[in-house]
Design a binder for this molecule. Structure first.
Ligand code: HEM
Length: 252
């Protein structure tokens, strides 16, 4: 894995954890669940989902879920809560994936030790395991988070696809993240997909010119026109964020 993505993940813990509850430490669950290795249970379920392809590109799914959870009032799993006005219902979360995997891990852990492992820790550990399966390096995850019980769509202030660089820097600064942190974190886009509808204007009507963004390479433009037709029978096509190695956690 790239140094960049290792930093991405470390940043999650170091920078967002001021907003988590209690002391975090590596190995928080050791000896708390009899002979069961809590991190091992998480890893087993993640591996099963990865190898059986129960969800495509789980590293992408979980990295984004982790970011969307942590950016809104800290890493407290509030993104998981259901409800008419919960975070999950906010527009930026409408395409977040991976909830079934987190449920499956929680179920496996509940069968071993009821009420012990927080969902916030599950998201953190499972993201690490999925990143490793996608080619990233192993890193220790500090655990001991407690889950939040407040989850409001109105609290969600995640950056939209159209955000400018300067507004993005300001938004990250409002979470005590520097522009360097922001660039490292954006390395998370080494995997995953984006819906065509979010960037179609750059192909067909850039800045209301009726044409494409002139800064785009002819190869990419042709490719995007093919995969993201102006009118499509598919509700919303998608295109990889990293064209060459869409499922690999690497430097591109
Ligand atoms: C300025 C900040 C950011 C913006 C504007 C942004 C924007 C986006 C957009 C528009 C998509 C496509 C969503 C869709 O199709 O519905 C996306 C996907 C994704 N984002 Fe970000 N993002 C940001 C920061 C981050 C960070 C910090 C991470 C993680 C470290 C991240 C990880 C991902 C991943 C992995 C995907 C693919 C998800 C999938 O395949 O399901 N993003 N992002």
């Amino acid at each position: 894995m790239s140094k960049a993505l290792a930093l991405v993940v470390v940043l999650f813990f170091v920078l967002f954890c001021g907003k988590c509850y209690g002391e975090l430490r590596v190995g928080f669950y050791e000896g708390k669940c009899g002979k069961t290795n809590v991190e091992g249970v998480v890893q087993n379920v993640v591996e099963t989902w990865h190898f059986e392809e129960k969800e495509k590109d789980i590293a992408a799914a979980l990295l984004r879920m982790h970011f969307h959870d942590c950016f809104v009032k800290g890493c407290d799993a509030s993104i998981l809560l259901d409800g008419l006005t919960s975070e999950r219902k906010a527009v930026p979360n409408s395409s977040v994936r991976g909830f079934g995997l987190i449920d499956a891990i929680k179920e496996a852990l509940e069968a071993e030790c009821q009420g012990l492992v927080s969902c916030a820790d599950i998201i953190s550990m499972a993201t690490r395991d999925a990143v490793v399966l996608a080619g990233g390096k192993w890193y220790d995850v500090e655990t001991g988070r407690r889950d939040g019980d407040v989850s409001l769509a109105s609290n969600v202030n995640l950056p939209a696809a159209t955000i400018s660089v300067s507004d993005s820097i300001k938004l990250f600064a409002s979470k005590n993240l520097t522009q360097y942190d922001m660039v490292y974190l954006l390395g998370g886009h080494t995997v995953g997909i984006a819906r065509c509808s979010l960037f179609k204007d750059r192909i067909y009507n850039f800045n209301k010119t009726g044409g494409p963004d002139p800064s785009m390479s002819p190869w990419l433009l042709a490719e995007l026109k093919d995969k993201c037709p102006r009118i499509s029978l598919i509700f919303d096509n998608t295109y990889p964020l990293d064209v060459k190695t869409p499922s690999l956690v690497d430097n591109s």
